[in-house]
Design a protein around this ligand. Structure first.
Ligand code: DGL
Length: 262
């Protein structure tokens, strides 16, 4: 199976990290669209255009069988269009794990961290409207502008990143939030810092494993045999922090820079 994956940058590698544990006999073509990052502060129209261009590139150059939108922001802006434009492609998106969070919380207080575009999107509103009636839960929603840039710069454990998180998490800490949804694929990379700032036992929810599982189900329905090596090539549309790539993936991944024509 040839799998195309994209994100605005390094965040989607947290999804790849989960896939490495279960997906075999496949080739992954990962695109980090660093030229246009961060997506979370762009308009839905811009994000849709980036997503369509990348998908077309992955189909033309790599003949992918499956596309994983490893970005909550791009999923919100583009997943419906992608499914309509490419009906024979397996298309899997990434959504904030509100449902598992509501099931896991014992205090009934759930935090949601995401990009401004994800929280403003209709998709997020529909998701929370449909789930909030299921259990009496209070959601503490927090947009984190600037956090993606910190992570891309490699400032995962820096003082400034900690200070940003201190500010955003203070209302959650004071209100006994015990479960936090990481609604951006970059945020698992600062999971440890979030745990330290919250100073309590915490459920951190991200959906990489669920995405890998869904890919295997849909792939096997189309004849994928889950056996053999997994090859990963990472392409970026501008500079990328290679240290963070190896910090996330550990094993060797080929890294190349490309231009995606409009
Ligand atoms: N990692 C992405 C997400 O899941 C996008 C972050 C950004 O570029 O703002 O939302």
């Amino acid at each position: 199976m040839k799998i195309g994956i994209f994100d605005s940058g390094l965040g989607g590698l947290t999804v790849v990290q989960a896939m490495i544990k279960s997906v075999k006999g496949a080739e992954i073509f990962y695109i980090a669209d660093t030229k246009n990052a961060p997506y979370g502060e762009k308009t839905p129209e811009q994000i849709l255009q980036y997503s369509l261009d990348i998908t077309q590139y992955l189909i033309d150059l790599h003949q992918i069988d499956a596309l994983i939108v490893a970005c909550n922001t791009a999923t919100s802006a583009a997943i419906q269009h992608l499914r309509i434009c490419y009906p024979s492609l397996i298309v899997i998106g990434t959504e904030p794990g509100i449902k598992p969070a509501i099931e896991l919380t014992t205090t009934g207080k759930v935090g949601v961290l995401a990009t401004p575009a994800t929280l403003k999107g209709d998709k997020y509103q529909q998701l929370t409207d449909s789930l909030s009636s299921q259990k009496d839960v209070v959601l503490f929603e927090q947009a984190c502008p600037g956090l993606v840039e910190q992570i891309e710069k490699g400032e995962i454990h820096s003082h400034s990143t900690k200070m940003m998180l201190e500010m955003w998490l203070a209302p959650m800490r004071e209100n006994s939030v015990d479960t936090i949804v990481l609604g951006c694929t970059h945020y698992p990379l600062v999971g440890e810092v979030i745990e330290k700032v919250m100073q309590r036992d915490l459920n951190l929810i991200h959906t990489g494993e669920a995405i890998a599982k869904r890919l295997l189900t849909l792939g096997q329905e189309k004849g994928h045999v889950n056996h053999g090596d997994l090859k990963i090539t990472l392409y970026s549309t501008d500079a990328i922090n290679k240290k963070i790539v190896s910090y996330i993936l550990e094993e060797h991944t080929e890294v190349k820079q490309i231009a995606i024509q409009k």
